[in-house]
Design a protein around this ligand. Structure first.
Ligand code: GDP
Length: 486
């Protein structure tokens, strides 16, 4: 039985909680995706557009003129590196080169002063929202399943994956090295290091391979952040481990201890200190690259997305539940780089991503947060035009290909504007999922994909540069923060 005092306290706490929710001036937005998905470019473009009053018709607060100003403030977490916004924008705008990609976690705080749309909110809220943007590698998220696995299970699975036909050539050197190892031999630092280095090389080779293989844990072997070379990363799976416990002083015992240390000192704190505190999340996916690489790569992207969504699934059966109780209430899955397509294909790309997300949601048995999808370009590097070919008028995209890019026999030098016909995506998303690798031999990609330089920005009569052009960045913003500026 609860006493009257207890009940009063619960009621007051609930009220206070609501009040904090209502008046809370901050929102933590996680930005993730596998490497090269477009995280750095997305954050730079989002902040630049808000600070410089970019054209954002689908972002209601901006469209209705209720945003007074947006500016950068000191981030609340002193121990986390700051997102190098100024450097990235200078690269994009002044040098017209793509900025350095995400290598580790970083953070920045953007504060928006606005006038609330409703009289009630105007009376009670300060009209100020601080958005803490947290940028982190998707590879680190994929470490979560390790928390539920022993060293023997991890080792067993790692060898199983490595022996699959798609990976066997890439893993050969590491497997050969492992074959000559006796886990029961005395622990030896040099052996541990050789094995760890060889294993890491294999994981990296999977990542760089054009087969676009899925990312395998441990994530820090691919994106070490500041842990490069530390003992927590000097381990590798061992062959032929049975049920038997490791002999004290053996290589097996040493590797097992380091694997457990990796979980305790790297994986858990990352989830507890960073992921557990997020309110909203955007997951960037390079769907175009996967579509171009073929059905195998699309299936792989779906698998990665499933694993990522599983990390954010609240409630029972989630390894994270004992780490946190707060939950993310909105997740946006965004295919960026849509400026590589003519606008007629933007909706098609979005439909394909929706299908991909639906399948991943079903597979991850995901519920809880509202999930939306968008096909966008955080920075639009192309414009559209038409080219006459005989009697036909073809829709084309026009941009400056990066130096070294090639189309047919032509190699570009990074200064010439070119029109290319990018090709169409299938009108029915189902076609993408029913294709098989054997239907394509890789010589006939869906879209012609050329990397372009960032766009040249227009200047006003006063010499100020205008904000970075984009495609549907405003739609992403509306979903991620629009309701908090209502
Ligand atoms: P990260 O590893 O997730 O931080 O990826 P980046 O943000 O560094 O993006 C990787 C690369 O993708 C960039 O260097 C660009 O070449 C390309 N890219 C990212 N976003 C866009 C975009 O919106 N439009 C175009 N055209 N290219 C993009």
């Amino acid at each position: 039985l609860t006493t009257f005092a207890d009940e009063t306290r619960i009621a007051l706490d609930t009220l206070a909680g609501r009040a904090v929710g209502l008046f809370s001036p901050s929102l933590r937005l996680g930005v993730t995706g596998l490497s090269r998905a477009g995280k750095t470019v997305f954050i730079s473009a989002l902040v630049h557009n808000l600070i410089h009053g970019g054209r954002l018709p689908l972002f209601e607060a901006q469209k209705s003129g209720r945003i007074a100003r947006a500016f950068l403030e000191h981030q609340p977490d002193d121990a986390v590196p700051r997102f190098q916004y100024e450097d990235h924008v200078a690269a994009l705008v002044d040098d017209r080169i793509w900025p350095d990609s995400t290598r580790a976690i970083s953070e920045m705080r953007l504060t928006v002063e606005y006038e609330s749309a409703s009289g009630w909110n105007r009376m009670f809220s300060a009209g100020k929202l601080s958005i803490d943007i947290v940028d982190y590698p998707g590879e680190w998220l994929l470490d979560l399943p390790l928390l539920g696995k022993s060293f023997a299970e991890f080792s067993h699975e790692a060898f199983e994956m490595a022996e699959l036909p798609v990976r066997s050539d890439l893993s050969q050197a590491w497997r050969d090295l492992s074959a000559g190892i006796d886990p029961n031999a005395d622990a030896d630092e040099m052996t541990a290091r050789r094995l760890a280095e060889s294993f890491a090389l294999y994981l990296k080779a999977c990542k760089q391979d054009e087969r676009a293989l899925s990312t395998l844990p441990p994530g820090r072997f691919l994106m070490p952040g500041d842990l490069d070379g530390s003992p927590a990363l000097t381990f590798a799976p061992l062959p032929g481990l049975g049920e038997a416990r490791a002999r004290a002083g053996s290589l097996h015992a040493m590797m097992e201890r380091r694997y457990e240390a990796y979980k305790t000192h790297v994986v858990k704190p990352f989830f507890r200190e960073h992921i557990a505190r997020l309110d909203r999340q955007i997951v960037l996916v390079d769907a175009l690259q996967a579509l171009n690489a073929g059905p195998g790569a699309v299936a792989d992207l779906e698998r990665a997305l499933t694993e990522i969504l599983a990390c954010f699934r609240p409630g029972r059966g989630n390894l994270l539940t004992d780490l946190y109780s707060r939950r993310i209430d909105r997740i946006l899955i965004a295919a960026t780089k849509a400026d590589h397509l003519h606008h007629e294909s933007h909706d098609r790309l979005q439909a394909i991503v929706r299908r991909l997300a639906d399948r991943a949601i079903a597979r991850a048995n995901f519920s809880g947060a509202a999930v939306d999808v968008v096909a966008m370009a955080a920075v639009r590097a192309t414009r559209e035009g038409t080219v006459k070919q005989g009697r036909e008028t073809l829709p084309v995209i026009i941009g400056t290909p990066l130096s070294g890019e090639r189309i047919g026999d032509e190699t570009f030098d990074g200064t010439t504007e070119t029109a290319i016909f990018p090709g169409d995506l299938p009108a029915k998303p189902a076609e993408v999922f029913s294709r098989r690798d054997r239907d394509t031999d890789g010589s006939d990609p869906l879209i012609r994909f050329v990397r372009f330089r960032p766009p040249k920005l227009e200047r006003t009569a006063e010499g100020a540069t205008l904000s970075l052009p984009h495609i549907r960045l405003d739609r992403a913003l509306q979903f991620l923060i629009g309701d908090r500026l209502a």
